[in-house]
Design a protein around this ligand. Structure first.
Ligand code: ARG
Length: 462
């Protein structure tokens, strides 16, 4: 490696080992920080000029040079190719010196790559968080559209994957909507701690030049400046928070994927995936496989893995900066890419999902899912709930033996097990009634769900 390509040649007389040079290099992935690096360099240059460290002329020359580099980099991906730079910071600085000569060598006054990389990563991540918040809203919107266009659809609700109580399909949609709503809040919360300026911390002890950090922060849109220089260059808790928020998004998408996968089987048959997001089998002509949802479920593990990598990388590090921390970027970048793609694919799956309303209604009307209603009926007749529960259990056993649903038994049969049962029992056992009684906040009654949909829709506009 020639001295012009690294930033620390003076101390060295020996040649670097080729294998180590490659091993040490991060330019292959940290080039994603290019625009952030240039932006932060411009702000640093302005800081140096205001502090009187650079003349206005020098600063203007540097800033023009940086702007040219940015324009070229954004216009031509080839600008980065086949160049053996150690990292994005040495790349930008070398390009600057190449372009404007020795003045470019003054830019690094009063900063270190340690505060530079922390600043770049925070700038990048702030935009990534904003993007992701928008991306989360696309499956949310798809869920609302799906719910609103199938307002009368029902599903069997499960606990332990055993039929439990009927629910509105829209209520199921809203459950996932809520999870994603919290995910958005978590991202917004994480953004607050991302949006703090480390620049001015220099290597670890703070800068010795009179740079007005507050004004640099304002220029870069940071809410505040870091309060401790050692902490600012050495923690990556904001990366962990980001990947954690991403991991929870993946947990939610993965559970949604799992529901969609099983509900699309012949055994359940409530949903059918569009051909646009399914695949066939190379051997079995009849197959339609939900690969899209399986990949979303599968990719969750990879984001969790990044979280574990980051935590493990950080836990034993002595203060302050250590090169281990270069590992932060791929974890963050890949988490962002994976979560974004999975959000997009999930939205597409939802937008194209068919609901087999008849089959779902049949399933929701059978399997004794109105047994709780019958117990509640007995409670209304003055029987203590515990006793009612026991009695209905016996009625269910009787019905199973007879191969009938509760509403298919005669009043006499039911009365033989509980004298409190009268002719009015059947009204309480219908699917409509079962749904309609769940009318408190958060319940699955049609009125509640209609209100909840309106509230959800409104929340997306904020
Ligand atoms: N590529 C490095 C990283 O990602 C940049 C910071 C290097 N600093 C240093 N003192 N070697 O962390």
């Amino acid at each position: 490696m020639s001295d012009s390509k690294n930033l620390w040649g003076g101390r060295f007389t020996g040649e670097a080992d080729r294998g180590f040079v490659d091993f040490n290099r991060s330019f292959g992935f940290d080039r994603r920080l290019f625009a952030a690096d240039v932006r932060a360099s411009v702000a640093h240059c302005n800081g140096l000029a205001s502090a009187g460290v650079l003349t206005d002329e020098e600063a203007t020359k540097i800033i023009r040079g940086l702007q040219t580099i940015l324009d070229r980099g954004l216009a031509d991906a080839g600008y980065f190719d086949n160049l053996e730079f150690e990292d994005v910071h040495s790349f930008v600085e070398s390009r600057l010196v190449e372009l404007i000569g020795d003045t470019g060598r003054k830019l690094h006054t009063g900063r270190s790559r340690n505060d530079q990389v922390a600043t770049d990563l925070r700038l990048w991540l702030r935009d990534a968080v904003d993007d992701l918040v928008l991306n989360v809203s696309s499956p949310q919107e798809a869920l609302l559209d799906l719910a609103e266009s199938h307002l009368s659809a029902v599903l069997p609700g499960y606990t332990h994957l055993q039929r439990a109580q009927p629910i509105l399909f829209a209520h199921w949609c809203l459950a996932y909507f809520e999870m994603l709503a919290r995910d958005r809040e978590r991202l917004a919360n994480c953004r607050k701690r991302v949006n703090v300026l480390p620049l001015g911390s220099a290597a670890l002890a703070g800068t010795s030049y009179p740079i007005d950090r507050e004004s640099v922060a304002r220029e870069l849109g940071f809410d505040s400046v870091s309060r401790n220089s050692i902490d600012a260059v050495s923690d990556r808790d904001f990366c962990v928070e980001f990947v954690s928020a991403g991991s929870l998004i993946m947990v939610h998408l993965s559970r949604l994927a799992e529901d969609i996968i099983i509900y699309s089987t012949a055994e359940f048959g409530f949903f059918e995936l569009s051909d646009a997001v399914a695949t066939g089998s190379s051997l079995m002509p009849q197959k339609k496989n939900p690969d899209s949802m399986e990949l979303v479920r599968g990719k969750a593990g990879r984001v969790f893995g990044h979280g574990t990598s980051l935590l493990t990388m950080l836990k034993g590090l002595p203060l302050a900066y250590n090169k281990d921390m270069q590992e932060d970027k791929e974890a963050v970048f890949d988490s962002f890419d994976t979560v974004s793609t999975c959000l997009g694919v999930t939205a597409t799956v939802l937008r194209n999902l068919s609901i087999n309303k008849e089959r779902a209604r049949d399933a929701a009307s059978t399997g004794y899912m109105n047994a709780t209603e019958l117990a509640d009926y007995l409670v209304r007749k003055g029987i203590p709930f515990r006793e009612a529960h026991e009695t209905v259990g016996r009625i269910v056993v009787h019905a199973i033996r007879r191969g009938l649903e509760l509403q298919e038994l005669s009043v006499e049969e039911m009365r033989s097990l509980s004298a409190s049962i009268e002719d009015d029992v059947f009204e309480g056992l219908s699917l409509e009634r079962t749904l309609g009684t769940k009318s408190q906040i958060g319940g699955t009654s049609p009125e509640r769900v209609t209100d909840a949909l309106a509230v959800a829709r409104k929340s997306l506009l904020i």
